[in-house]
Design a protein around this ligand. Structure first.
Ligand code: COA
Length: 158
């Protein structure tokens, strides 16, 4: 599988289609147009391809307060449970942790499968955003860290 950045409108439409057809986005009330808007610049979209088709994708935000934020990860329905999501998250971590000591992401409280996967990959709960997208469902803010920012900055200087 090859993972590479894409800005192609046709690819972004495929990715938005994957999102709009599956939970958590269906349950969160996100339309295809909402999903497409969430993929557009200034985000970085990386697509994993198998035999030319998009097997899954990951969206990063590398600016702002929580820089190093994984905004979205989604695998094509027929290809789930085969390690594609893990590979995408590890790819994102490599990119993010070369620039800072923290990787952040949010996961919906009801998304038990994804929560289990992120816990296994070393993510810890850093906060709870109550009723964040829809009433009655919370978002968990997750963080994976290699240490304090001061230590990262010191190592980067040396
Ligand atoms: C969550 C998701 C990205 C994981 O990618 P994946 O390629 O299926 O995951 P991997 O094969 O690398 O890892 C498997 C683990 O993912 C988790 N998982 C979550 N949803 C799953 C699904 N529908 N099918 C299989 N595994 C799933 C399980 O913890 C599983 O571990 P297990 O095999 O011990 O039960 C993917 O299932 C997906 O796109 N789901 C729908 C969209 C979504 O929920 N995205 C996350 C938003 S925060």
């Amino acid at each position: 599988m090859r993972i590479s950045r894409t800005r192609k409108p046709a690819d972004l439409r495929v990715c938005a289609g994957y999102m709009a057809a599956t939970d958590p986005w269906v349950r969160l009330g996100r339309t295809y147009r909402d999903c497409l808007a969430a993929l557009r610049a200034p985000r970085e979209v990386y697509a994993a391809r198998e035999k030319g088709a998009i097997a899954g994708f990951i969206v990063l935000q590398t600016y702002g307060v929580l820089n190093g934020y994984i905004q979205t990860v989604c695998v094509a329905p027929g290809l789930r449970g085969r390690g594609v999501g893990t590979e995408l998250v590890r790819f994102a971590e490599k990119r993010i942790l070369s620039k800072g000591p923290n990787v952040f992401m949010c996961v919906s409280s009801f998304n038990l499968g994804a929560r289990k996967l992120y816990e296994r990959l070393g993510y810890e709960r850093a906060g709870l955003l109550k009723n964040f997208i829809i009433r009655g469902e919370d978002e968990l803010l997750l963080r994976k860290t290699t240490g304090p920012r001061s230590e990262f900055a010191r190592k980067a200087r040396n």
